[in-house]
Design a protein around this ligand. Sequence first.
Ligand code: ADP
Ligand code: ADP
Length: 217
Amino acid sequence: MRKFIVLLGPPGAGKGTQAKMLAEKLALAHISSGDIFRENLKTQTDLGKLAQIYIDRGDLVPDDVTIAMIEARLQKPDCSNGAVLDGFPRTPAQADALKEMLKKLEGEVVSVPFINVPAEVLVERLSGRWSCRAQGHVFHSVNNPPKTEGICDLDGSELYQRDDDKPETVKRRIHVYGEQTAPLLDYYTKAGLLVEIDGTREIDQVAFDLLKAIKRN
Ligand code: ADP
Ligand code: ADP
């Protein structure tokens, strides 16, 4: 059975930071829906052009488009053991679709860590976020600064600030999270899979807590 871990949490909770480390430790693929959209945006594919309209507003890209994109991604060979899903699902319809996809792939969601961070911390996290152009590694100007300003420690590529990390868009994204994604907390609690992690602690401590929570499942 392939193992899938769904990371939940509001924008800025630390999903991307943790997903990369976790996937490496568990030898799973890291699938970030946001990174895939941004890659399509960069190369100006039809999917990228469509997604941009929603991303710029801080809204979710429609379910049908997002689901089809993830379904295609899960076919790739690096998912043979499973994956850490970062940013997908984000609506109950996406969670239902994931369940169907995994039936076909002989996979299952084994754990759903919810990285909990209060809203007031999120704006500060996102306004200081610097993302790497090549692989989406993330840094923070204060909490987790790169060794050299503007350069990714891990692959040497340029660091940039995402357009949708400006305060107005962040506010909208946090609102959208509350309306459309927060219902998944209940969804996965009912499935017996949700584990809450305190996301306000140091990055390494969150990583430790996550691994511990997942091993229990
Ligand atoms: P964050 O760092 O806030 O978690 P992401 O990089 O995951 O942000 O997502 C950036 C944007 O990409 C979202 O605001 C949304 O527009 C779009 N997006 C990402 N994942 C999804 C998804 N599963 N469903 C719909 N839209 C998505
Ligand atoms: P998400 O993918 O959930 O939107 P990120 O992993 O991109 O979140 O993290 C958002 C910002 O917060 C980044 O600048 C990152 O360096 C920083 N960050 C992540 N985890 C922590 C933490 N535990 N403490 C302080 N800052 C953090």
